[in-house]
Design a protein around this ligand. Structure first.
Ligand SMILES: Cc1ncc(COP(=O)(O)O)c(C=O)c1O
Length: 401
């Protein structure tokens, strides 16, 4: 049925899609925006009856190159024609090349691939715990994170695995998380104890409503981790791959993490995540971790194409320049309606004086896609965005506000 639908080029109408969704799909996403897209091109998404939307949400920071970018499409088509998946029982050329590329671009020495951000973060936490276990420092099972942070939605899948041999280095099985206020170094210091193995944070809290951390705080966190011999993990699932005007968010600061995680834009729409670590804590050895799909030929071909395109089209630079332009324009338009503009590069939060969801809906009616959390509009456009695209968004927002 699916094949014949695709061949015919006929899309079900929206009401039918919604009816099927309501009947058969578990509803964790609430009431979605009333639209289903048939195709995408650049920054635009199109419904089957040809209505065009400008996508300023970029698949929640995933479609860094816009929709159906030629480089990714060609790389994926070529890979699909040859080989999609083999498993990690065998060496994978593109996986090795992608690991090399990420190491060359960053402070990391080693990489491991996953399929999502949550999975990459779970692996990063396991890595931190294993590091101390291997050093003979016992079971350090506490990780400190920040209030309002978002690191993914998986349960600790490890705890569910019924084989002692997989559990041993990670006992007690549940990692304990403590939450502290962002930008408050004293509070963080007070929570560190002999069980702490890591501090994990996002350099800009995206899901909370785009809240960056300060330079001083970042340096102080690094110092505190060094002083206490604990690992610093950055969750760069959203901030990585040029989103903030640097290839990786940590490059805005004078410090580097011991471990950082990537996903979202890494595959440009193809699910792929990565855990990137410095040599001293790249302690995964055979049997310590694994993945059926992680780093498969198709995912890695897509990610290699994403990086190639980011580099060739200078998209990190464009993210920085367009981010500055966007913020400048936001600050000159509707000043009285906007409380604060936050973010770096093309990860922008516009805080209003009232809830942002009604404004997001009005923008949707004007065929502009963006996000809303509390009073903040979230803007995460593809990194290929131009000044005239931004002008269009600003004009629509000015009218809506
Ligand atoms: C900072 C951060 N970490 C982790 C995740 C989880 O990623 P995924 O949905 O790919 O599991 C997200 C998703 O929004 C995120 O923004």
């Amino acid at each position: 049925m699916i094949l014949s639908l695709m061949k015919s080029g006929v899309f079900m109408n929206l009401e039918k899609v919604i009816a099927l969704d309501e009947k058969y799909h578990m509803n964790t996403f609430g009431k979605r925006m009333p639209v289903s897209f048939e195709r995408g091109e650049g920054i635009y998404l199109f419904t089957n009856d040809g209505v065009r939307y400008a996508d300023f949400m970029g698949g929640i920071a995933v479609n860094a190159l816009g929709h159906c970018n030629k480089t990714i499409k060609n790389a994926m088509h070529a890979q699909i024609d040859k080989l999609i998946h083999t498993s990690n029982l065998y060496y994978i050329e593109k996986q090795a090349l992608l690991a090399q590329k990420l190491v060359e671009l960053s402070c990391a020495d080693k990489v491991f691939f996953s399929n999502s951000g949550a999975e990459a973060n779970e692996a990063a936490i396991k890595l931190a715990r294993l590091y101390f276990y291997n050093k003979g420092e016992g079971f350090k099972n506490e990780v400190i994170t920040l209030n309002g942070s978002f690191h993914g939605r998986t349960l600790a899948t490890l705890a569910a695995t019924g084989q002692q041999k997989f559990h041993t280095p990670y006992k007690p099985l549940m990692t304990k998380f403590k939450y502290v206020a962002p930008n408050d170094i004293d509070e963080l210091g007070k929570q560190i104890n002999e069980k702490t193995c890591a501090v994990m944070l996002e350099v800009i809290q995206g899901e909370k409503g785009v809240f960056p951390l300060s330079d001083e705080y970042m340096s102080a966190v690094r110092e505190l981790c060094d002083k206490n011999g604990i690992l610093l993990i950055f969750d760069e699932v959203q901030t990585g791959m040029g989103r903030t005007g640097k290839m990786f968010g940590y490059q805005h600061f004078d410090i580097t993490p011991d471990i950082f995680t990537l996903a979202k834009a890494l595959g440009g729409g193809m699910p792929v995540g990565a855990i990137c670590a410095k040599d001293f804590c790249s302690v995964f050895a055979p049997g310590d971790h694994g993945s059926t799909f992680g780093g498969n030929p198709l995912a890695c071909a897509a990610a290699l194409a994403v990086i190639e395109e980011i580099e060739c089209a200078s998209l990190v630079e464009n993210s920085f320049e367009m981010g500055c332009y966007f913020v400048d324009r936001l600050k000159t338009v509707c000043v009285d309606k906007i409380k604060e503009v936050r973010g770096k590069g093309l990860m922008i939060g516009v805080e209003l004086y009232s809830p942002a969801a009604p404004i997001m809906k009005k923008m949707f009616e004007k065929k502009y896609l963006c996000g809303a959390v509390d009073n903040t509009l979230r803007i995460l456009p593809p990194l290929i965005i131009t000044k005239s695209d931004i002008d269009g968004f600003i004009n629509a927002l000015a009218e809506v506000l």
